[in-house]
Design a protein around this ligand. Structure first.
Ligand code: DGL
Length: 222
């Protein structure tokens, strides 16, 4: 099958690699839309135009399944895209709040772009999954994704650490679990761990791969 993925840059490559490993015989197309990074700081209207352009391009390449390898585009645009492109099967990536709350975590920190934190989908995920004894802190991380986008490939970690320092100064308690609610953050697990050594870091990538497996299997039946 032809599978398209897009993100505002390199963040979604962790999903691309996991997909290739799990399903090596499928054909993959990836758009690293770094010229529009950061998505997390865009208005809904701007974002809808940007994601539609990516989907049009992937559709032109013949993609039958499109993985939105970006939490921001998923939480803010997946319903819009499903309505606009009914023939395409979309898989979204969303903050793994459900997974975090299902474990015995007591103190969960959700890191995501300002756009994802503000989204209705994030509010719903909290409402549906938070247990009464769990503390969940939502932490908007302005400009962390673009700092990673512009420095990670050059192994220039100092600006990333500086941005993390500013962002983490807002964290009052020590989390036992950190949800990486932006695909770019999966690339800097070591740097995040250097601030919270004992925290378990989780992202939504396995959920995406699981969903992809189901769609591939389904298509083989037809
Ligand atoms: N990688 C993205 C996400 O998962 C987008 C970050 C951004 O461009 O702001 O949210």
């Amino acid at each position: 099958m032809k599978i398209g993925l897009f993100d505002s840059g390199i963040g979604g490559t962790t999903i691309l690699e996991a997909a290739k490993q799990a399903f090596p015989h499928e054909e993959y197309f990836y758009i690293a839309d770094s010229k529009n990074c950061p998505y997390g700081e865009k208005s809904s209207l701007e974002l809808q135009k940007i994601v539609s352009k990516n989907v049009d391009e992937l559709q032109n390449w013949g993609a039958e399944i499109i993985i939105i390898a970006c939490n921001t585009a998923t939480t803010r645009c997946i319903s819009y895209l499903r309505n606009k492109y009914p023939k395409i099967q979309f898989i979204g990536t969303e903050p793994a709040i459900k997974l975090a709350t299902e474990s015995n975590s007591q103190n969960i920190l959700v890191m995501a772009t300002p756009g994802t934190i503000k989204s209705e989908r994030t509010k719903t995920l909290l409402k549906e999954n938070q247990k009464p004894d769990q503390i969940i802190q939502l932490l908007p991380c302005p400009h962390l994704a673009d700092t990673i986008e512009h420095n990670y490939n050059d192994h220039n970690f100092a600006p990333i650490i500086d941005t993390l320092k500013t962002i983490f100064s807002e964290v009052q308690t020590t989390p036992d679990t950190i949800v990486l609610g932006c695909t770019h953050y999966s690339l800097i697990k070591d740097q995040i761990h250097s601030f919270f050594q004992h925290a378990k870091l989780i992202d939504g990538n396995q959920g995406v791969i699981h969903q992809l497996g189901k769609l591939i299997k389904n298509s083989q039946k037809h």
